[in-house]
Design a protein around this ligand. Structure first.
Ligand code: NDP
Length: 489
């Protein structure tokens, strides 16, 4: 027998088909609180979509540790054999919540590990680098990816204007425009923590660390034309592939690996190892196997478990710390701040965000606080003499020496924004290069020539063939568009 329909207060609903009216021709009586409740709830069905990474797909799974990395970190999540429940949310960056999935864009790769020492969130991308290295430029960059204030359309001119004036973006622009810029589904792409983090071990020795998740399904990608064909048929191709695959028992896996750098090496590398626009070359800092990530359970309710999932790089656990990466410091603030605005003060009390360990804070009250009192209800301030929760100095990070005079240092001074891009360009075979040139030519269509020339000068510095290839692809694209217009006339 079906369950009885109730109001939010639990009272059985008499009639969910007809409103309460004065006679069959109306009007509706104001006292029809069931109708009012229904309409009021409909008005509140949306929370603000994320300003970035609004369109997402997610699933639950496990991280299983297969190797011993205790020489680098004392984090319990990495003890050999440990299996930790986790949640992954993948996303595009620029599109709104209803955007099509198969669009060329960077993909978010956000992971939440429900560890025995609290939640550890690794909020990365499918690329090891990012477009900007200084958080002062992050809102400006995102504005160029979103809609123009007057036309309310996306603006390739704004994108290339910003990129061509920001050579640090070249590395990420090249990855975005390469095959890896349009994966066929979340299972077929890598994930990277992107930032440099730190590890410390039981002896208090610190290493810098980069996190990598290598797809075990292989890399597959769409060309722009294939992506357009997919979008013409379905806007939800990633959701279909990820959700549908897991429903069928196809559980995607990633190999988790790390690169580690001894603390003092950071003073010697030719590149700044805390610069988010740079990678650490594999030859200098080889991959170390850690474990296997597997996704094996779909959410029961998309809104509750994926839309309300809140990932923040501020969520680290003992043994994992931050680094001097400027972008990381900004994200440590802005992600938790975004969730307090987007979901509410107590967003971490929601089931999907709740740690599996006890949460004992002295935060009090606030909208939707449904945390129970501390074990002793008299312990609602600190210090107290009633044995309230106490800090644990044993989990302190080893001291980090920071030196330097406070100033607005020009983050572009002395940075080599080209040679790592050259290394990447040289990895591409002829087909990959030709698709790269074509994708860039497509993306540049219609932008002012002076902006295009400024960007081509950057491509030239990476490799003369890069600029020449994009020029040729632009010329071919212009010819094609001319003949299209002639045919149409
Ligand atoms: P390596 O030759 O040792 O490493 C190259 C790495 O590049 C590969 O391991 C792979 O990373 C990645 N790669 C291979 N093909 C492509 C492709 N078509 N598109 C994007 N990435 C690809 O050299 P380096 O470590 O010196 O790196 C050279 C360049 O490779 C870098 O400048 C960077 O642009 C890129 N890269 C480097 C990464 C790193 O962490 N060192 C990570 C990713 C890219 P993966 O194994 O992660 O798939």
């Amino acid at each position: 027998m079906a369950e009885i329909l109730t109001t939010t207060a639990g009272k059985p609903v008499v009639d969910n088909q007809n409103s309460l009216t004065a006679g069959p021709r109306g009007p509706v009586l104001l006292e029809d609180y069931i109708l009012l409740e229904k309409l009021a709830h409909q008005n509140r069905e949306r929370i603000p979509e994320r300003v970035v990474h609004a369109k997402g797909w997610g699933a639950f799974g496990t991280l299983t540790i297969t190797n011993d990395i205790s020489q680098y970190t004392l984090a319990k999540v990495f003890e050999p054999g440990t299996k930790t429940e986790m949640l992954a949310r993948f996303s595009t960056v620029a599109g709104e919540a209803g955007a099509a999935d198969a669009e060329r864009d960077v993909r978010g790769f956000a992971l939440k590990f429900y560890t025995k020492q609290g939640n550890w969130d690794l909020v990365g991308n499918n690329t090891p680098v990012f477009f900007v290295r200084d958080p002062m430029k992050f809102p400006d960059f995102i504005h160029t990816q979103k809609r123009h204030p007057k036309t309310n359309m996306r603006s390739p001119t704004a994108m290339w204007d910003f990129w061509s004036l920001s050579p640090e973006s070249l590395h990420q622009v090249t990855i975005l425009m390469s095959d890896r810029g349009l994966p066929t589904a979340p299972m077929f792409m890598n994930g990277y923590g992107s930032h440099t983090f730190s590890f410390w071990n039981k002896d208090g020795v610190r290493h810098w660390v980069k996190f990598h998740f290598k797809t075990m399904q292989g890399h597959t990608y769409y060309t722009n034309a294939q992506g357009n064909d997919v979008i013409a048929k379905t806007r939800e191709s990633y959701q279909e592939a990820l959700f549908g695959g897991i429903e069928k028992g196809e559980f995607p896996k990633w190999k988790m690996q790390i690169q580690v750098m001894p603390e003092l090496d950071a003073e010697k590398t030719t590149y700044n190892p805390f610069d988010l626009t740079k990678v650490w070359p594999h030859s200098e800092y080889p991959m170390i196997d850690v474990g296997i990530l597997e996704l094996n359970r779909n959410p029961e309710n998309y809104f509750n478990e994926i839309e309300q999932a809140a990932f923040s790089p501020s969520n680290v656990v003992p043994g994992i710390g931050f680094s001097p990466d400027k972008m990381l410091q900004a994200r440590v603030f802005s992600y938790a701040d975004a969730h307090r605005y987007r979901i509410g003060t107590h967003y971490e009390a929601l089931p999907v965000n709740r740690p599996i360990v006890a949460v004992n804070t002295y935060h009090k009250d606030g909208a939707l606080n449904f945390r129970p009192n501390p074990t002793n209800p008299d312990a609602y301030y600190e210090p107290n003499s009633v044995d309230g929760p106490k800090e644990d100095p044993s989990v302190a990070e080893p001291p980090l020496r920071i030196i330097g005079d406070a100033a607005h240092y020009n983050h572009r001074d002395g940075n080599d924004d080209y040679s790592q891009v050259t290394a990447l360009f040289n990895l591409f075979d002829e087909g990959q290069k030709s698709r790269l040139f074509g994708n860039i030519a497509d993306a540049m269509a219609g932008i002012p020539e002076d902006i295009a020339e400024r960007q081509l000068a950057h491509f030239h510095k990476v490799h003369p063939d890069y600029a020449a290839g994009v020029r040729a692809a632009r010329a071919a694209g212009a010819k094609e568009s001319d003949s299209f217009h002639q045919a149409a006339e």
